[in-house]
Design a protein around this ligand. Sequence first.
Ligand code: PGA
Length: 250
Amino acid sequence: MRQPLVAGNWKMNGSRASVAELLDGIKAGLDEVKVAEVAVCPPFVFVPEAQARLQGTAVAWGGQDLSVHESGAYTGEIAGSMLADYGCRYVIVGHSERRSYHHETDALVAEKFAAARKAGLVPIFCVGETLEERESNVTEAVVGRQVDAVIAHCGVEMLGEGVIAYEPVWAIGTGKTATPEQAQEVHAFIRRRVEEASPAVAAKVRILYGGSMKPENAAELMSKEDIDGGLIGGASLKAADFLAICKAAN
Ligand code: PGA
């Protein structure tokens, strides 16, 4: 049995005041979350606040990105060891916003996956196709290539130490969610792809869905065989909505 994971990706949102309120709101509603593991990924500067407020609770926290380097003259970068130092369990790697706005390639994302593991973090490794790619029927080719890049660089065993998140780019922040069937189809494809390298890893690795997941559609998405939770953007910024999604896994 794979325990569902619901992780909030706060992106570049929040202030000290709103972050404190959001963290306390999530903590207050945790009792009703029976099944899912819960995590939040705030902007870097709020990670210490997450640690201060979440330590000792069931909620884990993480970063949204990390450097491939361990330390040194890399202005503006954050090392995995720094995140680990602040108690992070998770770190998102290869989010489509970083792939598109920061030109992160499959090879760089694979290096970040390895850097995260080296620092003892669990990577939440994002894959997904654009609308253009879906309409040209290359979804499987694109997602397969993204998954293969990590297997080639890190090995399938290391891939299995992370979490995969399927996030169709056309569904992110657009309000357009993939139907449960559309999502399940790609999740099953990803699992088969991993299975070719290792059936044991394929059976255990969690594959989250991300892209306009909200309280209204979370239960149906997560009821699908290969959907093991969610990576939540917009709806993770309101404690009530985020908790409703966490409870949808019950
Ligand atoms: P969204 O974002 O839930 O706002 O669509 C998901 C993500 O980008 O991780």
